[in-house]
Ligand binder design. Structure first.
Ligand SMILES: [Zn+2]
Length: 137
């Protein structure tokens, strides 16, 4: 089962990292940004942002890191997850839109210290509580 922490408890556990400046500079970050802005209809499942603005991308990531919750997934990876006030993007299955995305997932890659984000759904954590303080996620 994934584990969840609210923003304050995640920060206390040093799970939340600062957003690098610039955010899109390395080949990894460029590659991930392209993957989530330019739809590749060959991909089985991918979400793409509604905007290809790097400024909007950065704003979304910064507000998620400042206010979002932490998810430690089943493979031990750390993500910051955050609901947005408007749709962030769309989920596509082999090029066909299947779901509007209204949340953001920021992936904190531990081996390189890099960050990337993609439009996400909040359905998997709507009922979750912070493991430390019990606040709703
Ligand atoms: Zn908490």
């Amino acid at each position: 089962m994934p584990r969840y922490y609210c923003n304050a408890c995640g920060a206390r556990r040093s799970l939340i990292r600062r957003v690098p400046e610039p955010l899109i500079s390395t080949p990894y970050q460029l590659d991930k940004f392209a993957k989530h802005t330019i739809l590749d209809p060959q991909l089985k499942l991918v979400s793409t942002f509604r905007s290809d603005s790097t400024g909007e991308y950065r704003d979304l990531v910064v507000s998620a890191v400042n206010a979002g919750s932490v998810e430690i997934d089943d493979r031990g990876r750390t993500n910051v997850i955050c609901r947005a006030t408007k749709p962030t993007g769309d989920l596509y299955r082999r090029g066909r839109p299947v779901q509007i995305q209204t949340a953001l997932c920021v992936v904190l890659t531990s081996d390189t210290g890099e960050i990337h984000a993609f439009p996400d759904s909040d359905t998997r954590y709507t009922q979750q509580l912070c493991e430390d303080c019990g606040a709703p996620i």
